[in-house]
Ligand binder design. Structure first.
Ligand SMILES: Nc1nc2c(ncn2[C@@H]2O[C@H](COP(=O)(O)OP(=O)(O)OP(=O)(O)O)[C@@H](O)[C@H]2O)c(=O)[nH]1
Length: 567
């Protein structure tokens, strides 16, 4: 890029002089003792009290139209002289050689007479451990240099935008998903990093030429990184690391409060805090990382991603730090990659967490639905059972009296509507009392069960078989004419007579029954205006009483027989 744009790195032609040299009352540069400087950003032989360094740059003649020298950064303030005139000043260095920190912007220093060999003198002030020029020092056309610095700034802006968008995404998603604390802590950290990166970006200086303000913003957002990182870790992890994270937050806040107090009350510039903070930063983030690994539970994929993010952030800031201390060569945007990795890792974790929640929510819904379906099925079943129990006679399982009356009335109404004949059979076991008395109630029950079984099997599907009283049974036969009813009652009589039950002593019990039958065929044939019983509601009652009477006639005439009444 340097070749394309005709930009040259200024590697040679430098010499230095520690301490001030008179330039105001007589130009003493020629008499001052200059030593050759191989690398301009690491000037040897500084004594403890030296806060002024002079640098001399011998420039050969060049063919420039509008030549400028670009310097990445200067510690801390500078005056530049050419032809015994000050041509550039950043900050103000007094005659007595005192100055104040003004921020760390990049510099474009004009070169007035570049068409012939010229000498440039840099009067640099610093009460900071570092003094001199740092980063890149190049010469070129002003427009080329600006183009380069803007390009670099724009690259940085891409990282900033990614970080900003990721921050907004995480925060919004978190708020929607009601995970405010994780969302806010991650969002705050992202926005803190955005502020730090923007304040340090080349373009911030173009937007507002106030390097000191940008430095304040950059410094305090940097100092607060462990605090927000601590918040994220606290929200994300459980166990001992939460306590470590709390400690990290407290230490960071105390540090920031101390820096503010020192710069306001003790008039100590906050840039001195950088050196202390860099060490503290390493300790705090290491503590957080170790804390993350101290957990008893195994690390999940998401935990791993969070740790990876913190590690990337840590390494990138470490690289930035090292390059600032000249341990590493100047790496532009080294740190920014780490920040982007961190935010993207957090975003991925967040989305993964969101997906997991969705999946477990679906699973939960599924199992809930299943449980509800099972319970509903059980309830319906028990309801059915209860309904059946309410209709059944508990001993024989036949219809009980109440449900027989209900269903019987419905059947009769149907029969009348469709003009179909029907019959009703009522029977009673003869001398049942004797069975109870002779063999016990249990045997009596067995006889009743057996009898119910026989009655059920003898009748048809649609017949209503009911245990009407103790040993009294009723069967309603819908759609049965006289013939059907007679043949049924005959079959029933035989079946009942055939019942035999073996008791314990080997004796056989046989039973007989007295049966009354009422047949309604003529009534139906003559229509509902029949004078005998027009009221449908009372029809069943009437049939029952008629059957009862018929049955008692059998009893009176010696039992074990059938009596019929027809209407
Ligand atoms: N084992 C048993 N006995 C019952 C049940 N319900 C009623 N009984 C008995 O049935 C008998 C009915 O007796 P009765 O009304 O005198 O009539 P019976 O002995 O059958 O004589 P007749 O009907 O005149 O032939 C009584 O002894 C009742 O205790 C029951 O659920 N189980």
């Amino acid at each position: 890029a340097n070749d394309e744009l005709d930009i040259k790195t200024l590697e040679s032609g430098w010499s230095y002089h520690w301490g001030d040299v008179s330039y105001n009352n007589g130009w003493e540069m020629q008499t001052a003792e200059w030593k050759d400087l191989a690398v301009f950003d690491d000037v040897p032989g500084r004594s403890n009290d030296a806060s002024i360094l002079w640098l001399k740059l011998s420039l050969p003649a060049g063919h420039w139209r509008d030549p400028y020298i670009f310097v990445d950064s200067i510690d801390l303030t500078v005056q530049v002289f050419e032809n015994q005139k000050m041509t550039y000043e950043f900050g103000h260095i007094s005659l007595a050689g005192l100055s104040q920190f003004q921020g760390w912007p990049w510099h474009l220093i004009p070169v007035m007479n570049a068409d012939k060999p010229t000498e440039l003198y840099f009067r640099i002030y610093s009460n900071y451990p570092f003094i001199g020029l740092s980063g890149e020092v190049v010469i070129g056309e002003k427009s080329d240099l600006l183009q380069r610095v803007y390009k670099r700034g724009m690259t940085g802006m891409v990282f900033i935008v990614i970080l900003f968008v990721a921050g907004i995404l995480v925060t919004t998603l978190g708020i929607i998903k009601r995970e405010r604390r994780i969302a806010l802590s991650t969002g705050l950290l992202s926005f803190d990093l955005v502020l730090m990166m923007f304040a340090e970006n080349e373009l911030s200086q173009v937007i507002l030429n106030e390097p000191l303000i940008w430095r304040y913003l950059a410094a305090f957002s940097y100092f607060l990184v462990p605090f927000f990182l601590g918040l994220v870790v606290r929200e994300w992890f459980s166990g001992v690391v939460r306590r470590i994270a709390l400690l990290v937050c407290i230490v960071t806040c105390t540090f920031v409060a101390g820096v503010i107090f020192a710069s306001v009350s003790l008039d100590v510039s906050f840039i001195h805090a950088y050196g202390i903070f860099d060490g503290l930063f390493i300790l705090l983030v290491l503590a957080l990382l170790i804390g993350c690994f101290l957990r008893r539970e195994p690390l999940s994929f998401q935990d791993g991603l969070v740790i990876f993010g913190i590690l990337a952030l840590f390494l990138s800031l470490l690289m930035d730090m090292f390059s600032a201390y000249n341990f590493l060569f100047w790496i532009a945007h080294a740190g920014q990659w780490g920040l982007v990795f961190f935010t993207l890792a957090m975003l991925t974790v967040y989305l993964a967490k969101d997906r997991d929640q969705q999946v477990s929510l679906n699973l939960l819904m599924h199992s809930l639905e299943k449980q509800v379906a099972e319970r509903t099925f059980e309830l319906t079943e028990s309801k059915k059972q209860l309904e059946q129990l309410a209709q059944e006679d508990f001993l024989t399982g036949l219809l009980n009296r109440r449900s027989f009356v209900d269903q019987g009335k419905r059947e009769l109404a149907n029969a009348l509507r469709h003009h179909q004949p029907f019959a009703l059979v009522l029977f009673d076991i003869d001398h049942f009392k004797n069975i109870n008395d002779n063999y016990g109630h249990g045997v009596g029950d067995k006889v009743l069960e057996k009898l119910a079984d026989v009655a059920k099997r003898t009748s048809r599907e649609g017949d209503l078989v009911c245990r009407y009283g103790g040993e009294e049974f009723v069967i309603l036969l819908p759609q049965s004419n006289t013939n059907d009813a007679r043949s049924f009652v005959k079959r029933l009589h035989e079946a009942l007579n055939n019942i035999s039950l073996m008791v314990n002593n080997g004796e056989r019990i046989c039973i007989t029954a007295s049966i009354g039958i009422v047949i309604f065929e003529q009534f139906i044939a003559h229509g509902e205006d029949n004078h005998i019983y027009p009221e449908v509601d009372k029809l069943l009652e009437f049939m029952l009483s008629q059957a009862d009477e018929a049955m008692y006639e059998v009893k009176d005439s010696g039992r074990n027989g059938i009596k019929e009444r027809a209407f």
